[in-house]
Design a protein around this ligand. Sequence first.
Ligand code: FAD
Length: 475
Amino acid sequence: MNISQPPSPPLPPDLIAQFAAIVGERQALTAEADVAPYVTEERNLFHGRSPLVLRPGSTAEVAAICKLASAHRIALTPQGGNTGLVGGQTPHNGEVVVSLKRMDRIREVDTASNTMIAEAGVVLQVAQQKAAEVDRLFPLSLGAEGSCTIGGNLSTNAGGTAALAYGVAREMALGVEVVLADGRVLNGLSKLKKDNTGYDLRNLFIGAEGTLGIITAASLKLFPKPRAIETAFVGLKSPEDALKLLAIAQREASGSLTSFELIAHIALDFSIRHVAGNRAPLSGQHPWFVLMELSSSRDDARSTLETILEQGFEGGIVDDAVIAENLTQRMAFWKLREDISWAQKPEGGSIKHDISVPVAAVPAFIAEANEAVVRKVPGARPVPFGHLGDGNIHYNVSQPVGANTADYLARWHEVNAVVFEIVLRMGGSISAEHGIGVLKRDELPDVKDPTAIALMRAIKAQFDPLGIMNPGKVL
Ligand code: FAD
């Protein structure tokens, strides 16, 4: 995808040497082959370029990088696991990449306060494992958890599959340590739940996609580790029935309902067809599926799940269902869901949307969007799936069978416009959890309150007056 952005000035060799002196020669990458993994991403959708990738090992090094960059007006692009889906971590115009991956220490685990202080480069899965080792849960969970980092999760305010019960990344952070554009360090590693001492600076950096500063560490909330986790794969006729099942599940399970994922038949079909080893969890054909999970600190999760499904069968809402009998089966269920993103690739071009609408409006949104999109591009194949419990649908649209992929993808913004019109009319958001980056940057002013945009610009100017922090992203 080509992104228009003002060019960054070239980087003189003596400045490269000064940056390299901060992190050490081996952690300053300039050779094309070394830089390559940092300037593109796994889906190959965004391609950038950079004269220099810096891999600092400490907050002090990040601070020195920012100070030097400020002095010479050098643009920086912070990067974590490089799994972002909106091109925010890509240096589209020659920015210096600051990769936080080497800052991967867990600085502290406090089981009495139920907190963990993790550096920005800690991989999400490692944070989850460290919590589990002390019999706690760090509940943020998403398909990219083996690669994405805590810094990236907070900078994108990631959502994921457990947001229904535990909230999004923002709600799991008590504090952040941030290096500002001019090199000052904001030490906000609070472990406090209650702290009403003025403006909430932490929350400005969470979801800022690296445009206000570089997060170097975070103080995270830990939760009791559930004793029992029960997972069911359910076949149903419609999103309306899925919504009715959600109401039953919330009534019966309350806070122990941790995930409620809606999957269209075509999405599951792609996941089974294109990923070796994936198998249909239910016999028979069902137009829609729900992947539902309950986590409980007591041993009642199984009986609660059975009650929910019984009520679903009795009400004619559920057509078929299977409960995972063991961890292997549970992981296989989740793999079917997580593989949907990748499984769209062999089907050709996919125009993606990460939208949210009020939960009650999801069925109407899917019906209207399906009709409108196919009217716009005859033969296009909507592949809706996502976090129904949060009103968040990944409304992806695969190209018509046999179409030319480049021609189809050239219509990306045209298809977006059709979908966004419906989303906005329903009071929704064009970016539920992936952020704005560059992918939705040009649409943002059309969909966001002008006063909000003006305040965002003012905040950006205050924190980053020289405009060196991830320029061209979000705003
Ligand atoms: P990166 O991709 O490296 O960066 C993302 C953004 O954060 C960029 O703007 C970057 O500049 C900025 N950034 C990174 N680190 C820092 C830092 N330390 N300080 C300041 N800015 C920083 N997202 C969801 O929300 N929910 C999902 O369910 C979900 N599922 C996914 C499944 C797959 C298979 C994939 C590939 C992605 C998925 N994502 C999902 C998107 C992605 O994983 C998240 O956005 C994740 O939080 C990004 O983390 P990262 O470390 O890879 O960040």
